[in-house]
Ligand binder design. Structure first.
Ligand SMILES: NC(=O)c1ccc[n+]([C@@H]2O[C@H](COP(=O)([O-])OP(=O)(O)OC[C@H]3O[C@@H](n4cnc5c(N)ncnc54)[C@H](OP(=O)(O)O)[C@@H]3O)[C@@H](O)[C@H]2O)c1
Length: 274
């Protein structure tokens, strides 16, 4: 199989910025990356949760709210000043409140789009110039002797909910469809300038996020299984890492249906809202 990205197998020379590391899949991925020898920078809003889950002083804790664009920019400046610029960014943050469209407030919908999608543009704007600068200096160093810099890699954690319309996900599904689109554009534009981009599309994972679902989730997996699948996909250099396959492949197949047929099928499955 053709690799879309440079496979990441050895994490011991990688510095990973995990944004959304205090809970769920991000926490499991951070803990797994620690066992693989990665240098970690972890972010989320709750400083105390980061300190509790990552007590190792070698893990740099950078609590922040991704909706604060100044905080995002300052965090990157701080990392550069400490010579600790990450060469892998995992955009893990996510917010989800399953709500029917008729009950959805515009403020709540905008907040979800802001956190899941729009703040990613602030993160990209803060990190990409620093990566370009670092690649240019590493190139100069490469002409002589000195430390090489690994090929930088951005991992967008989206969702299978971004594939096509699903009930009670008017804001979340739209934010993830946008994020998946952004990941594709980023891959097209950044790969030629030496940066890799991958897209993670999980199905249902048992976390506080999905604890809000009132239905029985099909093919649900644990955050630890999700973390292993992400590292497996990165080791293969895949652009899209989707799992569990028994759900993600089914949804991909449904995505191939003519849109009219797809909508009728989902309407038939979805219980009618009164
Ligand atoms: N669970 C699933 O079934 C599933 C399925 C598909 C996709 N996903 C995606 O996978 C990712 C992780 O989901 P999860 O289920 O692990 O959720 P989670 O347990 O709720 O974790 C979300 C993480 O994002 C952080 N976060 C949320 N808002 C933030 C903000 N404004 N600024 C900084 N950090 C923020 C949270 O930390 P703080 O609260 O401390 O800020 C937490 O660390 C999300 O992008 C989600 O959409 C999940």
């Amino acid at each position: 199989m053709l690799s879309s990205n440079t496979p990441i197998v050895d994490w011991s020379d990688r510095t990973v910025w995990l944004i959304g590391a205090s809970d769920g899949i991000g926490l499991a991925l951070g803990q797994l990356l620690q066992t693989r020898g990665a240098t970690l920078v972890v972010s989320a809003r709750r400083a105390e949760a980061l300190a509790q889950h990552f007590p190792d002083p070698a893990v740099l804790k950078l609590p922040l709210d991704v909706n604060d664009s100044d905080a995002m920019r300052l965090a990157v400046e701080q990392l550069q000043a400490k010579h600790h610029l990450p060469d892998v960014v995992v955009w893990m943050v996510g917010q989800y409140e399953p709500t029917a469209l008729l009950d959805l407030s515009p403020q709540a919908a905008k907040a979800v789009l802001q956190t899941n999608l729009l703040s990613a543009y602030d993160a990209l704007a803060a990190v990409l110039p620093a990566w370009r600068h670092q690649l240019a200096s590493a190139h100069q160093v490469g002409q002589g002797a000195g430390k090489r810099w690994p090929r930088p890699h951005w991992v967008f954690v989206s969702s299978v909910a971004g594939y096509r319309g699903l009930p009670r996900a008017a804001d979340y599904g739209a934010s993830k469809a946008g994020l998946s689109h952004l990941a594709q554009v980023a891959h097209i534009e950044l790969k030629p300038i030496g940066m890799d981009v991958s897209l993670v599309s999980p199905g249902f994972v048992s976390t506080r996020l999905t604890a809000k679902n009132s239905f029985k989730m099909p093919a649900v997996i644990t955050p630890e299984q999700a973390a292993h699948s992400i590292l497996k996909g990165l080791a293969k250099g895949q652009f899209e890492i989707h799992f569990p396959k028994r759900l993600s492949l089914l949804l991909k197949l449904l995505g191939l249906l003519p849109i009219g047929l797809y909508l009728r099928l989902i309407q038939a499955i979805n219980p009618r809202q009164s």
